[in-house]
Design a protein around this ligand. Structure first.
Ligand SMILES: Cc1cc2nc3c(=O)[nH]c(=O)nc-3n(C[C@H](O)[C@H](O)[C@H](O)COP(=O)(O)O)c2cc1C
Length: 224
């Protein structure tokens, strides 16, 4: 796959290649890169331009280790069948196998991500934070960093709050591990537009979308 160097990555190339990356090298994330990620996050739209987001970037090794333990605990509950018997993963359809293996690897190695970025806001405000979260994902892609939106930490909310001294009126809605990816960047595979979009009336097909290739216009932005 022919991807441009990070500083030349175009918007659409980033959109078509910013897939979930869950495996990281040991290379630290620089202050410059972290600042660029957060300075991109705050460019997101916000209801009434209230900008209710707060970010907590955790680099401290002991804290990341503890977050990793809590994340792993959730996976042992949520992904119990795969932790108890990894051969269960082999029984899944191919695409699902890749997702579950990478989710399992992340759960085992969460602490190794050099930055654990919490996106926080008031209770019930998660939706307002998602544009900022998507900007984080795209900024990481633009910088050649890997990340994935995660929510498993919410299962151990009290422990996370205590560890990071998060006040009671603030919720750590999302947690993005960020680092230099050891997996291939992109492409993002999805069900095609014509399967999820209607024209004028619910359920009515859109002929133009039906006439497009099932992988969409990926090849316009990423050459393989
Ligand atoms: C609301 C939300 C919560 C998610 N939580 C987790 C999570 O806890 N752990 C994880 O590994 N991935 C999590 N994901 C990532 C999805 O699994 C991922 O976006 C999806 O599999 C598509 O991956 P792709 O972009 O590589 O195709 C979450 C995604 C969303 C939107």
């Amino acid at each position: 796959m022919d991807l441009k160097p990070p500083d030349q990555t175009g918007l659409f190339e980033a959109l078509y290649s910013a897939r979930a990356l869950r495996r990281f090298t040991d290379e630290p994330v620089s202050d410059e890169d972290l600042f660029q990620v957060l300075d991109s996050a705050i460019r997101a739209p916000a209801g009434g331009n209230m900008q209710i987001w707060k970010f907590l970037a955790v680099r401290d090794e002991a804290k990341r280790k503890r977050i990793g333990e809590l994340y792993w605990q959730t996976w042992t509950e949520y992904g119990k069948q795969y932790v108890d018997d990894p051969a269960e993963i082999d029984k899944l359809p191919k695409q699902m196998q890749l997702v579950v293996r990478s989710t399992d690897d992340l759960a085992r190695n969460f602490a190794t991500a050099p930055v654990h970025l919490f996106v926080c806001g008031p209770e019930g405000a998660a939706g307002t934070l998602y544009p900022a979260i998507q900007n984080i994902i795209l900024a990481c892609r633009g910088l050649g960093l890997g990340t994935v939106l995660t929510a498993f930490h919410r299962w151990h909310d009290a422990e996370i709050r205590e560890l990071l001294e998060i006040p009671a009126d603030v919720v750590p809605h999302a947690l993005l591990p960020i680092g230099h990816p050891s997996d291939r960047i992109g492409p993002v595979g999805r069900r095609p537009v014509h399967k999820v979009a209607s024209l004028d009336t619910w359920g009515e097909p859109w002929p133009f979308a039906e006439a497009q290739p099932d992988e969409g216009w990926r090849d316009r932005w990423i050459t393989t």
